[in-house]
Design a protein around this ligand. Structure first.
Ligand code: DP6
Length: 348
């Protein structure tokens, strides 16, 4: 996208720029890429941004640095995470050589354990880069930039419900961007997150997607059936039909995990507590309590319910052996720049 993106001026600010963004949960999942190089998704997806899972990122350009420095949750990190961040800033700068930078980022939740830290992380970095380089990108352009860091990050540019759209070209991303569907005040829902392990996942999303696409006999069916799920989910959210949204959320989740399990070698992100939690929630449903599970590329279980049921569902979740923590989330806001005095000054 760099060649096509409008560039106003290369105008780097050397003041620190701080951005924050929230993770999102995919109700209709993204799994699979048309192009790994450009990070183009093979399917569209629909998500809900979450207020409780937040990344705060400060970007500071500094000509005196020899290399970029990445500080993640108060520790300096090198290797792959640093390379990913540096490459992302290079992409944002396009053809213009940018100054070295210090990037300090922290999450208020476990990193890399399937709680979408890459989504909030790259959305925050996209917003910070836009401000720090004076790129003057629109939300659509910001979502494309964030997508190049991590596919799910494109959706975290927006608050509330967002949809990632999927194009068809193998070498062009003009149709691969996220759009806001409804903001965070549209529908008061709860997402209860059971943390069943704080360990880093063994198979990252990209690796998992590539292996699945190459080896699963069901991959074509997954891609071909996605538009129907997206259409139904869009309709159900617009009707505020909670049962339908929940049922579709579970369907997309189990379709994705079934697909991953059918890869060679198989990919299983769950642990024993994950499975126990699924049955606990299904038992609640048998008793007439509307609660629905979804899992991403990790063992944590996220349970969607209405606010009036949240306490009861939470108590049932706490009784599951192996649960370390329950995080309660509501629909959250889009990614923003935060000024020095912590006031939100831009975007959504
Ligand atoms: C299971 O966005 O982490 O959470 O584009 O390779 O960085 P990359 O993948 P990523 O994948 C998210 C996968 C998922 C489903 C989803 O969020 O839609």
């Amino acid at each position: 996208m760099n060649s096509k993106r409008k560039r106003i001026i290369a105008d780097f600010t050397y003041n620190p720029v701080t951005a924050k963004a929230h993770a999102n949960i995919a109700l209709i999942k993204y799994w699979g890429k048309r192009s790994v190089d450009l990070n183009l998704p093979a399917v569209g997806s629909i998500s809900l941004t979450l207020d409780a899972l937040q990344t705060t990122t400060t970007l500071q350009f500094d000509d005196h640095l020899e290399n970029d420095i990445l500080q993640l949750d108060h520790r300096i990190v090198a290797g792959e995470p640093l390379e990913r961040v540096s490459t992302f800033l290079d992409l944002a700068a396009g053809t213009i050589k940018r100054p070295r930078a210090k990037i300090s980022t922290s999450n208020n939740f476990p990193t890399g354990a399937g709680l979408a830290s890459s989504a909030s992380g790259f959305a925050a970095l996209a917003i910070a880069a836009n401000q720090g380089m004076n790129l003057q990108l629109t939300d659509k352009e910001l979502s494309k930039l964030a997508r190049q860091g991590s596919g799910s990050a494109a959706r975290s540019i927006y608050g509330g419900f967002a949809e990632m759209r999927c194009g068809s070209s193998l070498n062009d991303d003009s149709d691969d961007f996220a759009q806001g569907l409804y903001n965070d005040s549209y529908w008061d829902l709860r997402l209860l997150i059971a943390v069943t392990s704080a360990n880093k996942k063994e198979i990252g999303s990209t690796e998992g997607m590539v292996r699945t696409a190459k080896t699963s006999p069901f991959y074509r069916g997954w891609v071909e059936s996605q538009n129907e799920d997206l259409d139904e989910m869009r309709r159900s959210i617009s009707n505020k039909d909670f049962e339908k949204v929940g049922e579709l959320t579970e369907h997309s989740c189990f379709k994705m995990h079934g697909l991953a399990m059918s890869a060679r070698s198989p990919i299983l992100y769950w642990n024993a507590a994950t499975t126990k939690m699924i049955h606990t929630i299904w038992n609640l449903r048998k008793k007439g309590i509307a609660a629905y599970v979804t899992m991403d590329a990790g063992p944590q279980v996220k349970v969607l319910c209405l606010p009036g049921r949240a306490e009861l569902v939470k108590q049932a979740m706490l009784s599951v052996e192996g649960v370390k923590q329950i995080i309660e989330a509501k629909p959250g806001p889009g990614a923003t720049i935060v000024s020095d005095d912590q006031q939100t000054v831009k975007n959504n």
